[in-house]
Design a protein around this ligand. Structure first.
Ligand code: FES
Length: 102
């Protein structure tokens, strides 16, 4: 069982937005796609790009550097060059605050 940590308020990640935050040594990406918030690793598994600078679409989050797209539910890359999945995290929303299980 992980520990729930407060990431930010829901207003900071409105629909269509990406938001990166740090908790101890973890770097986590929040993505709000059509009102549902997902959490994955922030750093691309290919060459360490910051995915909060990428683009959100129906397929997932697109890396800004070499354009691999990662599925937000599974973390799996949908196209090369990335091959390794991102870790994904459970998310809950309570009183307009977003919590992630790290
Ligand atoms: S750094 Fe993300 S695809 Fe290369």
């Amino acid at each position: 069982m992980g520990k729930w940590v407060k990431a930010c308020s829901i207003d900071q990640v409105s629909s269509g937005q990406l938001y990166g935050f740090h908790h101890n040594d973890k770097q986590i990406l929040l993505a709000n796609r059509d009102g549902k918030v997902y959490a994955t690793d922030l750093i691309c598994t290919h060459a360490e790009a910051d995915l909060s600078n990428g683009m959100l679409s129906e397929e997932g989050v697109r890396c800004p550097l070499h354009l691999s797209v990662f599925n937000l539910e599974t973390g799996m890359p949908q196209n090369p060059p990335a091959e390794k999945p991102l870790r994904t995290y459970n998310v809950k929303i309570d009183q307009n605050e977003i919590y992630v299980e790290v």
